[in-house]
Design a protein around this ligand. Structure first.
Ligand SMILES: [Ca+2]
Length: 401
């Protein structure tokens, strides 16, 4: 109950009644206009205005961007560069591949392309921009993604329910996560993974901390994956960093955490949403997800500057007990008082407005192992919660048989 006290996500239905609106949904009328009015009614007028404003802003930003568009140089094949060929020979030896496989790997790496846009995208975002949670959230909790999410949940209800039962990860969070990652499989990345990973392994840009050892390891994991699943490395696409498929798993995460969840004997995160659902739940379970534990609670921060700084120092790693929080002047919500585990104080900046603060549990921390950002974790939580509320309302209003 207290979870969204500071961020009302779903205000009670206004004007038209939810049952009328949801009958449309229950009967499969999912045209954009219907759903948009449905969502707008559910969320109160403010949401629709906010969403429209955000869309307009996004268009404006995109327009501004196109004015000062960066022209990246065209990708260039690496060819038989010594460092890549050495990598191929060492990897083939380590995997005890035969000569034909070793030569094929050398050829594949020689045809990989060093890609300037990948080098640009791996650089940190320009500093000095205030983070704005509301703007961030509006990119994800918006009518089109909600519509896609409801359809996804409907089509994969069985897999979501099985994943929740087996791993204890709520279906709404799995649905929220896949929605934030790839808009339900619609945006999975257009880079050849071999180009992205080879660029970041062998032509990592200067000007930021060198992460090429990480990407060389991911490149090796990618070849293991392709070999095992009989995939052609040249054909697999993903993000600029090499993340793949519905859940955007890096190759190493795919090899460690992905599972066959529809029982067809293959692990396919690129075409198979059921495998993606099971794999996301398994990933979170392996990161220490505790079934039944909420992701966060609300709190009131102390006014004292030093106390606030002390509360924020450990960042998203849960490390405070309730008495420790209280000793620093923080006031945890009623619901948080019974929580036995450690808590983190999470700050979400709201541009020029005052920040929002939350208490994150070990489960909030597990979500941030997927993507190291509180904003990301809250977007997953909020999108999932909105989907769950919409589904519940639809089910309640469905005509009795
Ligand atoms: Ca499968």
């Amino acid at each position: 109950m207290d979870k969204f006290a500071q961020m009302p996500l779903l205000t009670p239905p206004a004007r038209r009644t939810a049952p009328q609106l949801f009958q449309d949904l229950a009967h499969g009328l999912t045209q954009m206009a219907t759903l948009t009015s449905l969502i707008a009614a559910l969320m109160g007028g403010g949401f629709a205005a906010e969403a429209a404003g955000a869309t307009a802003k996004a268009h404006k930003a995109a327009k501004n961007k196109s004015v000062k568009k960066v022209h990246d140089k065209a990708p260039q094949a690496f060819g038989e560069r010594a460092d890549l060929m050495q990598f191929a020979d060492e990897f083939a030896a380590q995997q005890q591949w035969d000569e034909a496989s070793r030569l094929r790997l050398r050829e594949q790496l020689a045809q990989a392309r060093s890609t300037p846009i990948v080098q640009r995208l791996i650089m940190p975002a320009a500093a000095g921009q205030a983070k704005d949670w509301q703007a961030y959230r509006a990119r994800f909790v918006e009518p089109r993604r909600l519509q896609a999410g409801l359809k996804f949940w409907e089509q994969n209800a069985d897999a979501l329910a099985r994943a929740e039962a087996r791993f204890g990860v709520p279906a709404e969070l799995i649905a929220g996560l896949i929605g934030v990652e790839t808009f339900y499989g619609q945006i999975t990345g257009g880079f050849r993974v071999i180009d992205a990973l080879a660029t970041l392994s062998f032509d990592f840009p200067t000007g930021r901390s060198d992460r090429s050892p990480f990407f060389r390891n991911e490149l090796a994991e990618f070849f293991k994956l392709c070999h095992r699943e009989a995939l052609n490395p040249a054909e697999i696409k993903g993000s600029f960093a090499g993340a793949m498929g519905w859940p955007q798993f890096m190759p190493g995460s795919w090899n460690r955490y992905a599972i066959d969840f529809d029982g067809d004997g293959r692990v396919d995160l690129i075409h198979n949403p059921a495998d993606a659902i099971g794999s996301v739940a398994n990933y979170l379970a392996q990161q220490g997800w505790l079934p039944g534990l909420p992701t966060h609670f609300s709190l009131r921060m102390p006014a004292d500057t030093q106390a606030r700084a002390a509360l924020l120092t450990p960042d998203i790693k849960p490390s405070f007990s309730i008495p420790q929080l209280q000793a620093l002047g923080a006031v945890p919500s009623e619901a948080a008082l019974d929580h036995p585990g450690p808590l983190a104080v999470i700050e979400l900046q709201n541009g020029t407005a005052a920040p929002s603060y939350w208490l994150g549990t070990d489960n909030f921390y597990a979500l941030t192992r997927y993507n190291w950002s509180s904003y990301y974790a809250f977007a997953v939580i909020d999108l999932g919660r909105a989907l769950a509320e919409l589904r519940k309302a639809a089910q309640q209003s469905a005509p009795a048989r």
